[in-house]
Write a protein that binds this ligand. Structure first.
Ligand SMILES: [Cu+2]
Length: 349
């Protein structure tokens, strides 16, 4: 269950200690020392750093089997749905999404009563091609009314907003009810979907969201493609987040770095669904990337190493790593980084 006693500060101290453990386990004790220094400054248990490490080390790691999803796999898990060709040659692409309540583990020992699409947070990364006909069969098997609101271009009654299109079965979908969202895939780019039931912040913060990729008709250049949904969790219902992450599990990519190949094009689909905080950011060390806001143009607008996104903003990053080794990536809002939103790329030959 939720640990209502987990305050933001306690989370910081505990997770920073966890970070130390994770880094020590991968032989990066120098960075762990830096983290311990932060604990020191927060007036926490710096003199018991060793025992804190031992305490968290004893709790082990988040078990992907128990959670039912693995951030290491979510990265490259694109759900293309079921397809068939309609008369006229068009593709109908179809998915089944089920809203279910589910307790998940966000960091070792930190549990959260989430609301999920298909039992995972973020929900499946839905991927299609510009011009496809899309059908999303939604079943609400959760305990509260929900919807699926897609970003993109579509008619009002397919918008997943309470009160709109309810005479046609749309709008709010009550527990036990179904609705099929159907619309064209447009425009190409990187979008998202999320529940739009009220109170909106609560329904999003509980975990009802996912990435939605519409490929251009002619595709994009071949690349190692990664989905990163930047999120956070209010574990004590105080209206602010106690833990930040990419793809839900704090520090996951610190202990299990994302392996990429030297010189290969890496394409990151970066989505910010963070509630309660006004901005989020992504920074990569020792490298620069081309940035395509919302992915709606094939021409990048920026060559940078840091990008800021407000809630609901997203963009595509393209980069190559010229050197092997381990490179950090993290929110450049350092508080978020220290509360879980940091990781490593491990560049190999
Ligand atoms: Cu909802």
């Amino acid at each position: 269950m939720l640990d209502s006693r987990l305050t933001r500060r306690k989370a910081l101290a505990g997770l920073t200690a966890l970070l130390g453990g994770a880094l020590a386990a991968t032989g990066r004790s120098g960075a762990a020392g830096t983290a311990a220094g932060d604990v020191h400054e927060q007036g926490s248990h710096a003199d018991t750093q060793g025992s804190l490490h031992a305490g968290f080390a004893g709790r082990g790691r988040v078990d992907p089997g128990a959670n039912g999803f693995d951030p290491g796999r979510i990265l490259r898990d694109f759900d293309l749905g079921r397809t068939r060709t309609l008369s006229g040659g068009r593709t109908l692409r179809e998915w089944d999404l089920v809203a279910v309540d589910k307790e998940i583990e966000l960091a070792p020992g930190v549990r959260f009563a989430a609301w999920t699409y298909n039992g995972r947070v973020p929900g499946p990364t839905l991927r299609c091609r510009e011009g496809d006909r899309l059908r999303i069969n939604f079943l609400n098997a959760g305990s509260h009314p929900h919807t699926i609101h897609f970003h993109g271009i579509h008619p009002a009654f397919m918008d997943g907003v309470p009160g709109i299109g309810e005479e046609l079965g749309g709008g709010l979908v009550h527990p036990g009810e179904r609705f099929a969202y159907e619309f064209e895939a447009e425009p190409f780019g990187l979008h998202l979907y999320h529940c739009h039931a009220a109170p909106l912040a609560a329904h999003i913060a509980k975990g009802l969201y996912g990435a939605f990729v519409i490929d251009p008709r002619d595709g994009r250049p071949a690349a190692d493609e990664l989905v990163m949904v930047m999120n956070g969790f209010d574990t004590n219902f105080d209206g602010s987040n106690e833990l930040y992450a990419v793809n839900t599990v704090g520090f996951h990519y610190l202990s299990e770095p994302i392996r990429v190949r030297r010189g290969e094009l890496v394409r990151i689909y970066l989505v910010n669904v963070l509630e309660f905080d006004q901005i989020n950011s992504f920074h990569v060390h020792a490298n620069f990337f081309h940035y395509f806001p919302t992915g709606t143009s094939l021409t990048p607008v920026e060559f940078t190493d840091t990008v800021i996104q407000g809630q609901g903003q997203r963009g595509i990053l393209e980069l190559r790593f010229p050197h092997t080794g381990k490179y950090m990536f993290h929110a450049h809002k350092t508080e978020f980084a220290e509360l879980g939103w940091m990781g490593f790329f491990e560049v190999v030959e």
